[in-house]
Design a protein. Sequence first.
Length: 189
Amino acid sequence: MKVTGEGYRKYFDDYPAVLCEPLELFYCCRRGMCSLNDELLQDLLFSFGWREANWGAWLSALAPRASYIPHLRSRAESLPHGKEVMSLALAACGEPLTEEIEVQHSLLQDIVTMLNKLPTVNFPMRRTPSLLEETAFNAEVESLRRCYRETGLSQAKEQLGKGLLYYYGMSHTAWLKVGAPEAFSHDRD
């Protein structure tokens, strides 16, 4: 990644107006760095498989915070396919640097310097439903089914444009167009 960044350094200043295909990983990492917080890191580390956990560790190495350390420690023991990236993330976040990853840590610092030349990217992310919202969503689905059976399609379409069904049914683009609202603040009852 460092070699690619050095080879295409002249395109960094033109981002986002000009995109250079070899730098796509840089763009992806920068978007991830700007979006990373404790909640997203927890999702990446614990809600999916080892690939997502490795991405969470990598992003936390690129945009370290001390608050990430407990999450990373919790996942490190159960991530056999990510020991190196997890060690690198923990060191970046403030844990002691081990000899085994000194070279990688130095390369990481060079990559972070390059990534920080790219502008901050505000990329709002819609969170997944909480357990409470999931229960409410399922209740809305059942209510919609009942409405459709009892009153027909036109009434069901009206109900579909409300609540969590509406919120989680929107595409990401549509969600951004309406101002990236929180789940319950867009309830149009």
